[in-house]
Design a protein around this ligand. Structure first.
Ligand SMILES: *Cc1c(COP(=O)(O)O)cnc(C)c1O
Length: 462
């Protein structure tokens, strides 16, 4: 199975090529040339998440790695989770389930994708006798999950740029308290966009790399992250009803990565009724599904900061696969003109999308009232991102779609201030978050100057 770019230039790429490249050379995103199909009967016999991953991951990697190699990687990938189960499923009533994806080391679902990504980085580097710099910008949970996933590998040095702004102290400390020589956190005196510009510039320049060294990206367009996430959709459905009836998934989303993983699972044979796209006030996706208008606006800071985005980068994959029937020429044209021209489709094509997708946009006030109501009525605590996803369920709307699974993307302990705003003081602990406030922080401060940041990375390379 090979991969191609949504914009047409790169095609027939192997798994290892797209793993190391991140973005395609034409600025597009990589996507499988054909959707592999999953044998549900075989998966039904699986007892654990990892067993399911043994079926799913090799479907994407056979162009570069043997079954044996992948088996070894999958066996050793997901570490530091609270229990061997990795995911716990909470049942409100027969109609509403919550899949807790936050039991990993950084208390957010991103551990699933990034740990798999780092494990494949390590394997590829070892085979090629190379080292790598991992460089990323973060405004939320990506940085900590990337740091935690990569810190185990000596061949990788991770640099994460942190903007000033909307991040909780816990989220920040998850990155700055990792005391390891192959991890470096850089405070940038600027915005998230400034940080992203520096990262983009670094990927063009690459001058700071040593011989035999790769520059690797961990942002959400990385296909390996999607693979790690596809696995849990199959696992959750198997646990809930053994694939006997199509489920709805409500997914709190920003960059559309987690939603695209759900769509991928659907394309690979998972029975799904509806995919509910749940967003905060940053509602570019809701405006598209509600009004057929995908247009960039400015960012709003909300109580669910990991979903504060202006464009949903992975949405390009859906546009390519679903709306454009895999036509890269049309896709390139749309994105060459975006964001100057907004994106919309024919009325029919757009209506057709509603058979599978439904969207909601939730304010901060509503987020808080949902957190307090769930706590009062069910004695259960959701974080602000998960609360956005809860809004689409029959607990909070009259639209009853049947059994719905909300993805709990982060642990509530990461957001103590929002919990207080919701009138909750008794916050459960997470096995990896306790003690963070006492640990010593370590980071470097730099101005938002591309050349200065790159010089710093060169001077502090492996
Ligand atoms: C990253 C993140 C999201 C958004 O995920 P996407 O894949 O970008 O849609 C939602 N919730 C939490 C807690 C996150 O960290």
């Amino acid at each position: 199975m090979l991969f191609r770019s949504t914009r047409g230039q790169d095609c027939h790429k192997t798994f290892e090529e797209i793993l190391l490249a991140g973005l395609a050379s034409d600025g597009g995103l990589f996507i499988p040339e054909k959707w592999p199909q999953v044998d549900l009967k075989a998966i039904k016999k699986c007892k654990s998440f990892v067993e399911i991953a043994h079926h799913i991951v090799p479907l994407f990697t056979d162009s570069s790695y043997t079954q044996e190699e992948v088996k070894e990687i999958v066996e050793s990938t997901w570490h530091d989770f609270k229990s061997k189960n990795l995911i716990e499923i909470h049942n409100f009533d027969n109609n509403v389930f919550v899949a807790e994806l936050f039991h990993g080391p950084t208390a957010a679902f991103k551990d699933f994708g990034l740990q798999l990504c780092a494990a494949f980085f390590n394997t590829a580097l070892k085979k090629k006798k190379k080292t790598a710099i991992v460089l990323g910008a973060t405004s939320g949970d990506t940085g900590s999950a990337a740091i935690d996933a990569c810190k185990h590998y000596d061949s990788i040095k991770t640099f994460i740029l942190l903007p000033k702004g909307n991040m909780t102290e816990i989220q920040r400390r998850q990155m700055t308290t990792v005391d390891q020589s192959n991890v470096c956190v850089i405070d940038i005196d600027g915005t998230f966009d400034d940080c992203q510009d520096i990262v983009k510039y670094a990927f063009q320049s690459k001058q700071f790399l040593r011989p035999n060294q790769e520059l690797l990206a961990v942002n959400s367009i990385n296909w390996v992250r999607i693979i790690g996430q596809i696995c849990y959709y199959f696992f959750i459905a198997m646990k809930i009803n053994q694939f006997s009836k199509p489920l709805n998934f409500s997914i709190p989303t920003g960059n559309f990565g987690n939603v695209f993983a759900c769509y991928s699972a659907y394309k690979m044979g998972l029975p799904i009724n509806k995919i509910l796209i749940s967003v905060n006030k940053n509602d570019i996706l809701h405006k598209f599904f509600d009004k057929n208008d995908y247009s960039k606006t400015s960012v709003h800071e909300t109580l669910s900061p990991s979903m504060d985005i202006t464009v949903a980068s992975n949405f390009e994959r859906l546009i390519f696969d679903f709306f454009l029937n895999s036509n890269p020429i049309k896709c390139k044209e749309l994105f060459d003109n975006f964001p100057n021209s907004s994106i919309s489709f024919s009325h029919n094509a757009w209506q057709n999308a509603k058979q599978l997708f439904h969207s909601v946009s939730i304010s901060d006030d509503r987020t808080i009232s949902i957190i307090s109501k769930i706590y009062k009525d069910f004695d259960y605590l959701v974080d602000p991102h998960t609360a956005v996803g809860m809004a689409a369920t029959s607990l909070f709307t009259d639209v009853n779609l049947g059994t719905t699974v909300v993805l709990a993307t982060a642990h509530p302990g990461k957001f103590p201030d929002t919990m207080k705003l919701s009138g909750i003081s008794n916050i459960p602990t997470h096995h990896k978050l306790s003690g963070l406030l006492e640990k010593k922080e370590k980071s470097v401060s730099l101005e938002a100057n591309k050349d200065k940041v790159l010089r710093f990375i060169a001077d502090n390379n492996l």
